[in-house]
Design a protein around this ligand. Structure first.
Ligand code: PHE
Length: 380
C-alpha cells in the first residue's frame, strides 16, 4: 500500500503540499505491535480488557484503520478549527481531509453511531513531536466508552440530569481506580481536574509510583453535544483514553520507547504473554553526539515556516531508530540582521549494537543535506 517509487500511500500522493507524511512513517502503518502475543503492549492491553470484561461486557476493537477523516479525529469531538493539534506541524495529513489518527478518540462517534454502548478501542496513533527516550511519532492508545441507559438509571434510582451525571462520574472514577490497582497494585492515587473539548467535566488520574506522581490517563463525562449528535438524546456516558507505552515503560522498567520496535531477541525473549516482569537491559551501547547549526528562515517578529518538528522529522527519516534524542541546545537572534540561529544536538545510539564512526558520519552528512533541501535553512 506504500509505494516509494511513486511516493504514494494507499493512493494518496505524499508529494502533495496537502500531505506531510513520509514513507518512513507510512511504511509502519499496519505493524500493530499491540496485537503481537507476548509483546509488553499486548500484555497491558489484555490486562485492561480482562478487567473491563469482568465488570460488564465491553465490545473490543483493536484493528480499526488508523487512517481517518479529520471530521472523526477533530470535528466530531468538538476540537475547535484553530486548535494546535490540527496543524501540519503536529499531525500527519494524507490530504486536507484525511489524517493518521492522533488519538483513539477518533473512533468514538463512529462506534456510538453504530449503536455500541460499551466499547474498548486499541490502536496505533501518530503525532509529530520531539525526539527523546519517551517520545516516538507512533504510539498506542486505548479508549474506553460506556454509555448509560434509562434502565441503568432506574436500577440506580437516579432521576434528575444532575443525579445522573454524578452517577456517571462516580462510576467512571471507581472503574478507573480499580483498573489502576489491577495494573499497579495498592498505590496512592489522586484525581486532577483537566480539560478536553470532548468531555465535561474532565479529569486526569495520577498514581504515586517509584517515588513520583505519574499521569496515567485522561477521562470525563462525554460532552452533551456529542451525545446529542449521535442521536442519544441526553443520556450521559463516560470516556477515557490512555497511552500504552507510558504504562508499559513504568511497569516493565523499559528505559527507551524505541525498544518496543526492536526485533532483537534479547528484548522479546524476556516476555511471557500476560505477565508483567522487570526488563533486564542487555547492554547500553556508546552514544555519539553531533551538532548541527543553521540560520532558520525565521526572523524576529516575521512569519516563519520553520518548525522544530520538521527538523525532528528530517532526522527520523534519515536515522530511524538510530537516533535517541534531538535537543535544541542554542538559539539566538543576530543583532543586525534579526535572523534566528539554531543549534541542535543529535544523539545517535543503537539499542541493539555498536555504531561505527563511518556510519554516523554518513547519517549526519545526510541530515545536513536533507535539512537544506527540506527546511529552507542555511547551514552555518
Ligand atoms: N484523547 C485524549 C488524549 O489523547 C484522551 C481522552 C480520551 C480524554 C477520552 C478524555 C476522554 O489525550
Amino acid at each position: 500500500s506504500s509505494d516509494v517509487s511513486t511516493n504514494t500511500f494507499r493512493g494518496y500522493d505524499l508529494s502533495s503540499p496537502e500531505s506531510n507524511l513520509s514513507q518512513n512513517i507510512a511504511s509502519r502503518v499496519g505493524t500493530n505491535l499491540h496485537l503481537q502475543p507476548k509483546h509488553p503492549l499486548n500484555t497491558i492491553k489484555t490486562i485492561i480488557e480482562d478487567y473491563w470484561q469482568s465488570r460488564n461486557g465491553f465490545t473490543i476493537r483493536d484493528s480499526m484503520d488508523p487512517v481517518v477523516p479529520t471530521a472523526n479525529n477533530f470535528d466530531s469531538l468538538l476540537i475547535p478549527p484553530d486548535h494546535v493539534s490540527r496543524s501540519m506541524s503536529d499531525t500527519y495529513y494524507l490530504d486536507k481531509e484525511t489524517v493518521l489518527r492522533t488519538h483513539t478518540s477518533a473512533h468514538q462517534t463512529t462506534l456510538l453511531n453504530e449503536g455500541h454502548d460499551r466499547f474498548l478501542v486499541t490502536g496505533d496513533v501518530y503525532r509529530r513531536d520531539e525526539i527523546d527516550s519517551s517520545h516516538y511519532p507512533i504510539f498506542h492508545q486505548m479508549e474506553g466508552v460506556r454509555m448509560f441507559t434509562d434502565e441503568d438509571f432506574e436500577a440506580l434510582g437516579a432521576t434528575t440530569q444532575e443525579e445522573q451525571v454524578k452517577i456517571v462520574e462516580e462510576d467512571l472514577k471507581k472503574g478507573l481506580e480499580g483498573m489502576a490497582r489491577e495494573l499497579f497494585g495498592d498505590v496512592e492515587m489522586r484525581w486532577v481536574d483537566a480539560y478536553f473539548p470532548f468531555t465535561e467535566p474532565s479529569f486526569e488520574l495520577e498514581i504515586y509510583f517509584n517515588d513520583e506522581w505519574l499521569e496515567v490517563l485522561g477521562c470525563g463525562v462525554v460532552h452533551k453535544d456529542i451525545v446529542k449528535a449521535v442521536g442519544r438524546g441526553d443520556q450521559p456516558g463516560w470516556a477515557f483514553g490512555l497511552g500504552l507505552e507510558r504504562l508499559a515503560m513504568v511497569l516493565f522498567s523499559i528505559p527507551d520507547i524505541r525498544l518496543f520496535w526492536t526485533q532483537d531477541e534479547r528484548f522479546h525473549r524476556q516476555f511471557e504473554s500476560g505477565e508483567i516482569i522487570t526488563f533486564q537491559p542487555y547492554s547500553k551501547y556508546p552514544p555519539c553526539f553531533k551538532d548541527i547549526s543553521f540560520w532558520t528562515n525565521k526572523e524576529e517578529g516575521a512569519v516563519s515556516t520553520f518548525h522544530e518538528n520538521d527538523m525532528y522529522e528530517v532526522v527520523r527519516d534519515v536515522a530511524g531508530d538510530l537516533v535517541e534524542r534531538v535537543e535544541l541546545i542554542d538559539e539566538f537572534t543576530h543583532p543586525k540582521t534579526n535572523r534566528v540561529s539554531n543549534c541542535f544536538r543529535i544523539t545517535y545510539r543503537s539499542m541493539d549494537r555498536s555504531l561505527t564512526n563511518e556510519e554516523i558520519d554518513k547519517l549526519q552528512e545526510q541530515v545536513r543535506d536533507d535539512s537544506i533541501a527540506k527546511l529552507g535553512i542555511e547551514l552555518r
